[in-house]
Write a protein that binds this ligand. Structure first.
Ligand SMILES: [Zn+2]
Length: 444
């Protein structure tokens, strides 16, 4: 149904827009036996544009990339099962099994579901050749592997950063500054050693926060020493993220004040979603977080903000702020964007303790309470409380955590409301009531 609407929408606007401008970004493909026009997008992995014969595209704000090209650039391997139409994507740390047209996904053999708009699909291209490609959701895959993804609206580029890649590029520039020809081997070795030290420092630092950096696998690039180092890192990870049976509690125990981390989404160079008239998601997320903070403090909560001004903060650092504190709750605040301008409403995500090993308390009730209260105060359309186990701020925080999407900047009606301070107050009131309801029911 959604796709029909998109086609109708594309048809209508294509009447008004000269085709030569429009055709630049648009790709004609066939999905589920329907001809579709989708937006072409670029994908950058660690600063390099991903070279693909068959272009990546977005549908409903989700970026899809041909499986092989993407997984290779992320240093992962993919194996394909023709009988079941399923693919297993593996890097050194994790395996993800996904099936065409299915929302069931296995992460390290644990069953999980992804949202309907991220389901892997076959797409038939007519250029450069007539060919059917397996398309997988970029954000889901990257974030499950522990990489951060952000969207640059201006260049229509999805940017994936793997932390390890930064180290590799530093190494490259270090070797360059050394004498090039004669001591090439030596300088490379010392570069590697440097990078090992940095990798170790980074990992130790990050595991202290309860954050695990998933190193990128670079085939044929690792020395024996590096492999040894990787094994050491594995051990360090196991200490932080034990895979043995955990006791999952339904309630949180707390003496005295409840501490909550409020995470205003995006900020600085990362504007987040963008409305057609240029309203940036990072603005209302901060507004909501600030007002909510005042309200919660008034009620006796301890509040920690990941940002209280327009600054850029890495996703892993946001989770780190939470893990370094003694907070019981973590809430990330966002607004949605979609190419489907009819999409509207509020949704709240959580990372199920069933898939995320560092959680010791049931996660869904917090998201449900927030979702329920925001809907009841604002009257917005409910899109539900959903599993968002692939979100870094949710799966790297060891607290009870949720991420709320408070409405669509891409929907003109909803955008008007979001720009209105009285409506922002309603959203704040809803989230505030949701937090209180959760604390009343689940915090002892
Ligand atoms: Zn956002």
């Amino acid at each position: 149904m959604k796709y029909k609407r998109i086609i109708l929408f594309v048809f209508i606007i294509s009447i008004f827009i000269p085709t030569n401008i429009y055709a630049n970004n648009v790709l004609n493909i066939k999905i589920d036996n329907k001809n579709m026009q989708v937006n072409k997008v670029n994908v950058k992995v660690d600063g390099e544009i991903l070279k693909v014969d068959y272009t990546a595209y977005t549908i409903d704000g989700r970026t899809f990339v041909p499986i092989r090209e993407l997984t290779e650039s992320l240093g992962a391997k993919v194996s394909w099962d023709n009988k079941t139409n399923s693919a297993t994507i593996e890097n050194k740390k994790q395996s993800i099994k996904m099936k065409i047209d299915s929302d069931v996904i296995y992460i390290d053999n644990v069953k999980n579901t992804i949202s309907k708009d991220s389901i892997p699909k076959f797409a038939t291209y007519s250029t450069p050749k007539y060919e059917t490609k397996t398309m997988v959701p970029l954000r889901f895959l990257s974030e499950t592997f522990g990489y951060s993804v952000f969207w640059d609206q201006e260049s229509q580029t999805a940017i994936v950063t793997t932390k390890e890649a930064k180290l590799i590029s530093q190494e490259t520039s270090e070797s360059k500054t050394n004498d090039k020809k004669e001591i090439k081997v030596d300088s490379k070795t010392s570069g590697k050693e440097n990078s090992q030290k940095k990798a170790a420092a980074l990992t130790i630092n990050d595991t202290k926060n309860g954050i695990i950096v998933k190193p990128k696998k670079t085939d044929g690039f690792r020395s024996e020493n590096e492999l040894k180092q990787m094994k050491e890192l594995d051990k360090a990870e196991q200490l932080v993220e034990p895979q043995k049976k955990r006791n999952i509690s339904k309630t949180l125990k707390k003496k005295g004040k409840v501490t909550i981390v409020l995470d205003a989404g995006h900020g600085g160079k990362d504007s987040g979603g963008l409305s057609k008239d240029g309203y940036m998601e990072k603005v209302p997320t901060l507004k909501v977080a600030k007002r909510l903070s005042e309200k919660l403090k008034g009620k006796g909560y301890e509040v920690i903000m990941t940002r209280d001004s327009d600054v850029y903060i890495e996703l892993l650092d946001r989770a780190g702020i939470s893990n370094d504190s003694e907070a019981e709750l973590f809430l990330s605040i966002h607004f949605n964007c979609s190419v489907n301008t009819e999409a509207s409403g509020v949704e709240t995500f959580y990372a199920s303790e069933k898939t995320v090993g560092i959680k010791s308390v049931e996660q869904k009730p917090f998201a449900q309470e927030i979702q329920k209260a925001v809907i009841s105060v604002t009257g917005a359309k409910s899109r539900g409380a959903k599993d968002g186990s692939s979100y870094l701020v949710l799966n790297k925080t060891n607290t009870v955590a949720a991420l709320v999407e408070l409405g669509f900047l891409s929907n003109l009606e909803e955008l008007d409301k979001i720009k209105d301070d009285e409506y922002i107050d309603k959203l704040v009131e809803g989230v505030y009531q949701g937090i209180n309801n959760y604390v009343d029911k689940y915090v002892e």
